[in-house]
Ligand binder design. Structure first.
Ligand SMILES: NC(=O)c1ccc[n+]([C@@H]2O[C@H](COP(=O)([O-])OP(=O)(O)OC[C@H]3O[C@@H](n4cnc5c(N)ncnc54)[C@H](O)[C@@H]3O)[C@@H](O)[C@H]2O)c1
Length: 258
């Protein structure tokens, strides 16, 4: 029996990186997964991989900043699978740059996806989870939501700090309905998001750039894998974490310990 057998999970930004690893892991551990992404093709490929591995999954195209689409995705999930127990608000972007030259347009775009997308997920996830008798919402923050840095990520940090505290208030609103809400704070994880984060002038991302970064910034010297984060999300999705809500799960190989 898997750790989330019988549960229905929705993963946003599930086509790549941490979202993909999370969808695959939840599927392998027995959940029925609705994989969504702004990129319809990658979401469909991940759902197909889950099914090919013997699991249950479907996919939908979803831009998490679109409130009408949230209503459609939640309704379609309940129609297809009968309920919604787990929501992973994973979709996110990173736009780097110094504050003085950062455009208001980029600030708003990043806020829309990283903060408003999470707000809309919780807003439309709550009623479905109440109908299911409870549930678990996992919001992707970052270590950038815990501490400041001077590497051009001020605007990104602002979004991830917002996710951290929104999560705690949502946990309080959901508590009596048995809806748990927790945040996950990854450190340096090898995904495509770093294509955009690397500061201007630095060589375009490749595995050795990131490994070099990890060697300097991570106490263990080790670059994280999407699976390292998916393992923590699985725990928060499962009943093993039943007494956890409003918490922060930091998975960073010690980066915030110093
Ligand atoms: N990789 C890291 O080191 C790291 C560290 C801390 C936090 N995070 C957070 O983890 C989450 C996942 O990041 P990742 O590294 O896997 O990134 P990624 O770029 O590999 O994947 C992000 C996915 O989100 C999708 N997406 C982007 N905008 C969307 C939108 N508006 N609606 C729906 N889907 C959208 C993309 O198509 C992509 O499939 C993000 O919230 C990110 O901020 C990542």
């Amino acid at each position: 029996m898997g750790q989330v057998t019988g549960k229905v999970a929705l993963v946003t930004g599930g086509g790549l990186g941490i979202g993909r690893a999370t969808a695959m892991t939840l599927g392998r551990e027995g959940a029925t997964v609705m994989v969504t992404d702004i990129n319809e093709t990658t979401a469909a490929a991940v759902a197909a991989e889950i099914v090919a591995a013997g699991g249950k999954a479907q996919s939908m195209q979803q831009d998490t900043t679109d409130e009408n689409r949230w209503q459609a995705v939640v309704a379609a999930t309940e129609a297809a699978f009968g309920k919604l127990n787990v929501l992973v608000n994973n979709a996110g972007i990173a736009i780097a740059g110094p504050i003085e030259t950062f455009s208001l347009e980029d600030w708003r775009k990043q806020q829309a996806i990283n903060v408003e997308g999470v707000f809309l997920g919780v807003k439309h996830g709550f009623p479905a989870m109440r109908r299911a008798g409870g549930g678990s919402i996992i919001n992707l923050s970052s270590i950038a939501g815990l501490k400041g840095n001077n590497s051009g990520l001020a605007a990104y940090s602002a979004t991830k700090g917002a996710v951290r505290l929104f999560t705690k208030s949502a946990a309080l609103e959901g508590a009596l309905d048995k809806i748990r809400v927790n945040s996950v704070h990854p450190g340096l994880i090898e995904t495509a998001i770093w294509d955009a984060i690397l500061p201007p002038g630095e060589a375009r991302r490749n595995a050795s750039d990131l490994s070099q970064r990890a060697a300097n910034a991570v106490p263990t010297g080790i670059l994280g894998k999407p699976q390292d984060i998916a393992n923590g999300i699985l725990f928060l999705a499962s009943d093993q974490s039943n007494y956890m809500t409003g918490s922060e799960l930091v998975i960073d190989a010690g980066m915030t310990a110093r």
